[in-house]
Ligand binder design. Structure first.
Ligand SMILES: [Zn+2]
Length: 180
């Protein structure tokens, strides 16, 4: 039970699996966010962020994990389930988490741009919404943030290389020396 010590002790273990999912997203050129869903100590769903590859703006890690868990459990309600996400869920995912009746949400890094668990808005603190998911923030937050920082640093480096390559192509001196 989440109120006792056992579940809390295994949070970093499950987050490690979510981080592995985030790495898969990075390898595919997607912003590295991963999620896993656990029911009573058993893994029931995984997902990694893939909106670009799937041509689907809704293909966030949490949504894909929720869909996978629903299929696996044969149920559209994911009661007694815990969702571990490497990054603070956005409003879309927070809504899906509530629709799914997820019992407990654990996330890593906060997201100052789109976080819907307190950073931008807090959809879990809205008393008028009838389902209440327990939220735990900051589990392995630095590992999650490092993955994101490395990803964006790599992307900036690649962009600057492309920019330099294009610049050299248009440089007549470079063209002459290449021709000679
Ligand atoms: Zn989302």
């Amino acid at each position: 039970m989440p109120s006792r010590g056992e579940a809390a002790q295994s949070d970093p273990d499950w987050m490690q699996l979510a981080l592995a999912q985030a790495s898969l997203a990075a390898q595919a050129g997607e912003v590295p966010v991963g999620a896993v869903i656990v029911k009573q100590g058993q893994l029931v769903g995984i997902g990694h962020n893939s909106p670009i590859g799937n041509h689907d703006p809704c293909a966030h890690a949490e949504i894909l994990a929720i869909r996978a868990a629903g299929q696996y459990l044969g149920n559209y309600r994911l009661t007694e389930c815990e969702l571990f996400a490497t990054l603070e869920p956005c409003a879309m995912c927070a809504g899906a988490i509530q629709h799914a009746r997820i019992k407990r949400l654990v996330f890593g890094a906060s997201d100052a741009k789109t976080g819907a668990c307190g950073s931008v808005v807090d959809l879990f603190a809205e008393p008028k919404l009838n389902h209440h998911t327990m939220v735990v923030a900051g589990v392995m937050a630095s590992e999650s943030a490092r993955l994101l920082a490395d990803f964006f640093a790599d992307r900036r480096l690649q962009k600057s290389r492309i920019h330099k390559a294009n610049h050299n192509e248009n440089d007549p001196d470079q063209s002459c020396s290449a021709a000679a």
